[in-house]
Design a protein around this ligand. Structure first.
Ligand SMILES: *Cc1c(COP(=O)(O)O)cnc(C)c1O
Length: 389
């Protein structure tokens, strides 16, 4: 194969783990049955695989299998959680709270609800990207029905204090949803201990296939009501119609099983590589970390470089390293990252930021090569405009 750039964009997606692919293959071939076909062995085999996968996923977040709804990914899970709660609870209140730094798959459903007459509070974050719990508490009103705060940010990797948010929401009788697309398999998640009512997952950020995810929906204390957003055959307890997709579901479960089994050791390894990269990049004058120094995902390093043009920087990096300056999910727009501007960065600072996403297959040799290349690229950009190196 031709020489490909080193992949450090693991917040956008991750490569499929070979072991996940192996687990999926039989369900494309001989085990092709529809899990809803209850009258023959093809259906039974598919249904058994789905049941087992559901148990694996539930166990990973300390939920019950019946509380896991399969979806096409975190975007759909977020839509189902937010619009589904709004539609089911609007007679009790029409106010929702979320963060300015959420993924578009949370912000856009919220904006849609505003167009229907709901009110949404978009809380600012602190300069390090973390939620301010006092501000959250102050924002909760008698008509607040849902708080949606992500577990880990997809740009700056910042981790939010889920247990504290869950406790506050339950004390104030408000449902708590968290988008855990970046967190699953990387940080511990426990819907009981953290008092989470709805939790969105996706497989492709943890070395699983694209196009499959899940929404955890709490069934007791409280029993969460949800209005389905897809109507049809009544699969997934009527909450998400559509034929289940066994290869993706089996792959999703395998990916989560692997990630959870190796979570601690893998985090340590990736954390060490990330620190090695950050250390090496200190050779660059005027380089700064975006986001919190320690409350962040192991694989995340988001930096900005003073006085370089962001566009030129990315262009210079791309033959050697695949990174991005913000979220892949909003990269069709040319606006600066809403996450970085929420930290107080100017538009040029946001453009001159790089998001490194390290993962399972990143090696120390790659990190050294990347650090070297970033350093020389910045140097040559600065020389071109006659600045100090
Ligand atoms: C990737 C991502 C999503 C979107 O997930 P899909 O499964 O691609 O729809 C949502 N939220 C966060 C935080 C993400 O990182």
């Amino acid at each position: 194969m031709l020489h490909r750039p080193i992949y450090l964009d693991c917040h956008a997606t991750t490569p499929l783990d070979e072991r996940v692919l192996e687990a999926m293959l039989p369900y494309f071939r001989e085990q092709f049955g529809n899990p809803a076909s209850s009258g023959h062995a093809y259906g039974w085999a598919a249904a058994a695989a789905v049941t087992q996968a559901r148990e694996t996923l539930a166990a990973a977040i300390h939920a019950e299998p019946e509380e896991m709804i399969f979806t096409s990914g975190a975007t759909e899970s977020n839509n189902l959680a937010i619009k589904g709660v709004a539609e089911a609870y609007f007679s009790q209140g029409r106010h929702l709270i979320t963060l300015a730094t959420e993924h578009r798959a949370v912000l856009d459903p919220c904006a849609y609800l505003e167009s229907l007459g709901f009110e949404v509070t978009y809380l600012p974050v602190q300069a390090d990207g973390r939620i301010d719990l006092e501000q959250l508490e102050a924002a909760i009103r008698p008509d607040t029905i849902l708080v949606s705060v992500m577990a880990a940010n997809n740009e700056i990797g910042v981790l939010h204090p889920l247990a504290a948010i869950g406790a506050l929401c339950h004390r104030r009788n408000v449902l708590f949803h968290t988008d855990a697309a970046q967190a699953i398999g990387k940080v511990p998640l426990d819907v009981q201990a953290m008092q989470i009512d709805l939790l969105s997952l996706t497989a492709h950020k943890v070395y699983g296939p694209k196009g499959i995810g899940s929404l955890y929906v709490r069934r007791k204390q409280p029993r969460v009501q949800l209005a389905p957003q897809l109507h049809g055959g009544g699969q997934e307890r009527g909450l998400r119609s559509g034929t289940l997709y066994p290869p993706q579901i089996v792959g999703f479960a395998k990916a989560i099983e692997l990630a959870i089994a190796h979570q601690v050791t893998e985090n340590q390894r990736i954390d060490t590589l990330r620190d090695r990269l950050w250390q090496a990049l200190q050779a660059i004058d005027g380089i700064h970390l975006n986001g919190h120094p320690t409350h962040r995902l192991a694989g995340n390093l988001n930096v900005r470089v003073d006085g370089v043009d962001g566009q030129a920087l990315l262009l210079g990096l791309q033959p050697v390293v695949a990174v991005s300056s913000g979220s892949a999910c909003s990269s069709t727009t040319t606006a600066p990252s809403h996450v970085l501007t929420a930290l107080g960065l100017s538009a040029p600072q946001a453009y001159a930021s790089i998001r490194f996403g390290l993962g399972r297959f990143t090696t120390a040799a790659e990190i050294d090569q990347v650090a070297q290349h970033v350093t020389t690229t910045v140097r040559s950009l600065r020389q071109a405009v006659g600045q100090a190196v």
